[in-house]
Design a protein around this ligand. Structure first.
Ligand code: GLT
Ligand code: MN
Ligand code: MN
Length: 392
């Protein structure tokens, strides 16, 4: 036990599909046995996780009878109660079965779309039964290899119709569930619709019940798109739309690696934890810290638990480093000095004619301003020294 030993209060969660990932890849089969979800619950409790998330079919095999489903869910709920774990998030697998080869909500066949919406309704019943508060949509197959196959505007409309209907289902049933949309630019489809968190945020504003819908940004997916995860998450937080988050690591320009949190782009991970924890002064994110990652294919089950502990420890270490960085007097001085005259009272919150007069009357010397050094080199080096353990 040390400062970085995770506790349930840290709100760390893992998907059944993450610690249960058998290590299959496009070039080879599984390297680890399939583990019973009940044993995964026990393992997660032992390493200090707070909760476990799941797809309908991570728990209930596709095509199970109603009796079988109830038996499996009952046994799973017993394990949750025994080990004190919660299920904060549930989702629906709309990508594994071959019926979804052309998408789910956006498929060209109306029967496939109907089947997808119905499958989500069943998964929402399960989410409610397990006490989840968030339901994630990752539309991995909602895309195309050939854009000749459908009007991409129609894909947007089909996605909207499905989400509007499922929001109404949740409202009609009185479920305490909110939706979180997860973007990814490509893989498994050549291109996936609504490719980034930014696309999602705009799409949400067009929904009939947008107050029920937020985002679930993933480090790997934003990085695959060459974007800043921190900026995407910040925009979502500012809009009150960060309902969930998928933490992992990724090298830019690669397939979706879903690596152990913090194992690539350490400074990106540091800045993300700093933002989520609000150590620089912003309101923190209060939802689950979900790791959507899996162990290297070289690992056995012992390695899987090393991986899970690693995700959580790195998060907690980065949190402590971020707190120390933001409490550092030199850091605060540099940031404060850069925010010179940090107020726009000249033109914000007053009538525009008055604002224009005040702006024109103000003496501002752009050449003098342009010569000011901002000391961001020093700031960044201090950050690196905190990250390397050389300071603080
Ligand atoms: C799948 C995907 C993840 C999503 C999961 C939720 S499933 O593993 O790669 O990014 O978050 O559907
Ligand atoms: Mn991923
Ligand atoms: Mn994910």
């Amino acid at each position: 036990m040390d400062h970085f030993t995770p506790r349930p209060a840290d709100k760390f969660t893992f998907g059944l599909w993450t610690v249960g990932n058998p290590g299959r890849d496009p070039f080879g089969g599984p390297v680890r046995p399939t583990t019973d979800p009940v044993d995964l619950v026990a393992g997660l409790a032992e390493v200090g996780a707070w909760g476990v998330n799941l797809h309908d079919n991570d728990l209930i095999p596709f095509g199970s009878s109603a009796t079988e489903r109830d038996r499996i869910v009952g046994r799973f709920k017993d394990a949750l109660a025994r080990h004190g774990l919660v299920v904060p998030m549930t989702t629906c697998n709309l990508f594994s079965h071959p019926v979804f080869k052309d998408g789910a909500f956006t498929a060209n066949d109306a029967d496939v779309r109907a089947f997808a919406v119905r499958k989500c309704m069943d998964a929402l019943d399960l989410a409610h039964e397990l006490g989840s508060s968030t339901f994630v949509f990752w539309g991995g197959r909602e895309g195309a290899e050939t854009d000749a196959c459908r009007d991409p505007m129609e894909a947007v409309r089909r996605n909207r119709r499905a989400l509007d209907c499922l929001c109404e289902y949740v409202m009609e049933r009185g479920y305490k569930l909110r939706f979180a949309l997860e973007a990814k630019p490509n893989e498994p489809r050549g291109d996936i619709y609504l490719a980034t968190t930014g696309h999602m945020l705009h799409f949400i504003s067009t929904l009939a019940h947008s107050e029920l819908v937020g985002v679930n940004p993933e480090v790997a997916h934003e990085t695959m798109a060459g974007l800043s995860m921190v900026h995407g998450v910040a925009q979502a937080m500012e809009a009150g739309k960060l309902f969930h988050i998928d933490l992992n690591a990724q090298k830019i320009g690669r397939y979706d690696q879903d690596l152990r949190f913090g194992s690539e782009d350490l400074r990106g991970a540091f800045l993300l934890v700093r933002l989520l924890e609000g150590t620089a002064g912003n309101a923190p994110y209060t939802g689950p810290r979900h790791f959507d990652a899996h162990a290297y294919r070289t690992e056995d089950m012992q390695g899987v638990w090393d991986f899970a502990r690693g995700c959580m420890r790195t998060y907690l270490i980065l949190k402590a480093r971020a707190q120390a960085f933001d409490a550092d007097a030199e850091v605060r001085d540099i940031i404060a000095a850069a925010h010179r005259g940090d107020s726009d009272e000249l033109w914000v919150g007053r009538d525009v004619a008055g604002a224009a007069r005040a702006l024109r009357a103000r003496v501002i010397d752009p050449d003098a301003l342009a010569t000011r050094g901002l000391r961001y080199e020093r700031l960044d080096q201090i950050m690196i020294e905190y990250l390397l353990g050389a300071r603080g």
